[in-house]
Design a protein around this ligand. Structure first.
Ligand code: ZN
Length: 277
């Protein structure tokens, strides 16, 4: 397929087209105008990240970030140490790939108080941040919707993410990824996006949509325009605060993964043009 006009801020997460290999993504994303790619670690498995990075850049794609690090809280010190070591490996992968940013899904332990998990998250970030900074890789905390507070993230609002950054002394290499799926409901979102930007820590912006009903809390996200998230309004707040990075399409959807991915990619591009660009 002939490449369409490149859209300078259009990025797609490899998880969005999960059945495709990284080579498939490199071949097909530019045909619909995508200029950015966020690579999920599972799409790197068994590959030399350095070569993978070169392949993506040769295809005309800017590597926006590597997903994901995090999952710091654990019930025992040895498991928390294992998490830190896994984040170190992610940082090495990002450096070799040429990804300037790692997105953190911070983690939580069912039954452990959220404030304890938040403390463990801050400790975990503090442990890996010097290593990341030395590697030239930034870290972005992604607040997750509270329905994931049991086992995926004890950081559920942009304010809580800002609090962790503040508690760690606002290091330059630590910021926030705003994903509309997770934060659209928050009445303090606009104010906290403003704070995030003022502190120069708004590092990434992810889009998809919230379907009604949502039949699976992880894998039933919608294409932009298919749900109730005011994407343009939130994008407006993000841009008013000076953000000019990529709009990253990140959709987990069993329904769409079951489709022909080439046809799905066309739907993604259409939804992007109509509801984001
Ligand atoms: Zn996201």
């Amino acid at each position: 397929m002939k490449p369409s006009t490149p859209l300078p801020r259009f990025c797609i997460h490899t998880m969005t087209t999960k059945p495709w290999s990284l080579e498939d993504c490199a071949k097909h994303y530019p045909t619909v105008g995508a200029t950015g790619i966020t690579v999920w670690r599972q799409h790197l498995q068994g590959q030399d990240p350095k070569k993978a990075g070169a392949m993506l850049r040769d295809a005309g794609l800017e590597i926006v970030s590597l997903c994901r690090g995090g999952f710091f809280p654990a019930p025992s010190p040895s498991r928390r140490q294992a998490a830190i070591e896994d984040n170190m490996r992610a940082i090495e992968e990002a450096q070799a790939l040429g990804a300037p940013l790692i997105v953190l899904v911070c983690g939580a332990v069912p039954g452990q108080p959220l404030e304890e998990s938040r403390k463990q998250i801050a400790d975990g970030i503090a442990a890996v941040l010097p290593f990341a900074t030395k590697a030239g890789v930034k870290l972005a905390i992604e607040p997750l919707h509270p329905m994931y507070a049991d086992d995926r993230s004890a950081i559920n609002t942009t304010k809580q993410a800002n609090d962790v950054c503040d508690a760690l002394g606002s290091p330059e290499g630590l910021g926030i990824a705003v994903d509309v799926y997770h934060v659209w409901w928050d009445d303090a979102l606009e104010a906290n996006i403003k704070v995030t930007a003022e502190k120069e820590r708004l590092f990434a912006f992810h889009v998809c949509d919230w379907k009604t009903p949502t039949t699976d809390i992880l894998n039933d996200r919608g294409l932009m325009g298919e749900g109730c998230i005011p994407i343009r309004k939130i994008k407006g707040w993000v841009e008013a605060s000076g953000f000019s990075g990529h709009n990253e399409v990140e959709i987990f959807s069993t329904r769409y993964w079951d489709m022909d991915q080439g046809e799905y990619l066309k739907l993604i591009a259409k939804a992007y043009q109509e509801h984001v660009a």
